[in-house]
Design a protein around this ligand. Structure first.
Ligand code: MG
Ligand code: ZN
Length: 221
């Protein structure tokens, strides 16, 4: 048991070193990268599409799509908006790591980019442990998943720089106690930037895209 823990720690340390290398490379080229994490179906791709709509006029964007299967459903939707999407097929693996992200970077002309959005594999557990070298980690929760998720998956809530609460248009139809949910978040990550929104109706999107654009500007300054 002790031996097994030591090996896991070594893997994570090696990953962190590579993540630092990735970060240095992005910084050198003036690119800000964000890592979007969520459970399957929370709306990662929908939010990326909405974000592209809002920011494509002010920032040069590209997307890394993490998928466990070699289907290009999400990457195709992004390409259809005229934005380069590079897919990482993890071959069944349940998260992206710094090695995979590093392998994707040469596919982009980084000098020509301002913001690189990474859609991680849909999973609330291990993406939290594998840094990629991105500047911001963003978690997308959604109303139909239930209000108990911060209590059940505390690690991912602890490590993020912003939280989206998607699908707020469903609040009248599903039991979701917003106060209970937000108390759980606040206990884990005090002062976290939280953006309740609906990708479907567009409500609340502007606060998120303004925050993201400000992050991109601040990191590049
Ligand atoms: Mg997706
Ligand atoms: Zn995993």
């Amino acid at each position: 048991m002790v031996q097994r823990i030591a090996i896991v720690e070594q893997i994570l340390n090696a990953n962190d070193l590579l993540a630092q290398e990735n970060r240095r490379r992005l910084d050198e080229q003036g690119v800000v990268a964000i890592n979007m994490m969520a459970s399957p179906g929370a709306g990662k791709t929908s939010l990326i599409l909405r974000t592209i709509e809002a920011l494509a006029g002010q920032l040069r964007l590209a997307v890394v799509e993490g998928d466990t299967a070699p289907v290009t459903i999400d990457a195709d939707k992004i390409s259809a908006q005229g934005v380069l999407a590079v897919q990482i097929n993890t071959g069944g693996d349940c998260h992206l790591d710094a090695v995979m992200f590093q392998a994707a970077l040469p596919q982009f002309d980084l000098k020509q980019l301002d913001l690189l959005i990474v859609e991680n594999v849909g999973n609330l557990i291990c993406p939290a442990s594998f840094q990629l070298g991105t500047h911001c980690n963003v978690l997308i929760a959604s109303v139909p998943e239930g209000d108990d998720k911060p209590y059940k998956y505390p690690n991912i809530y602890r490590g993020v720089d912003a939280l989206i609460i998607n699908k707020i248009d469903l609040l009248p139809y599903v039991p979701f106690d917003m106060d209970y949910f937000r108390r759980g978040v606040e206990a884990l990550n005090p002062g976290l930037a939280v953006f309740p929104l609906s990708c479907r109706t567009g409500e609340g999107l502007e606060a998120w895209t303004a925050w993201l654009a400000a992050q991109a500007r601040r990191q590049r300054a």
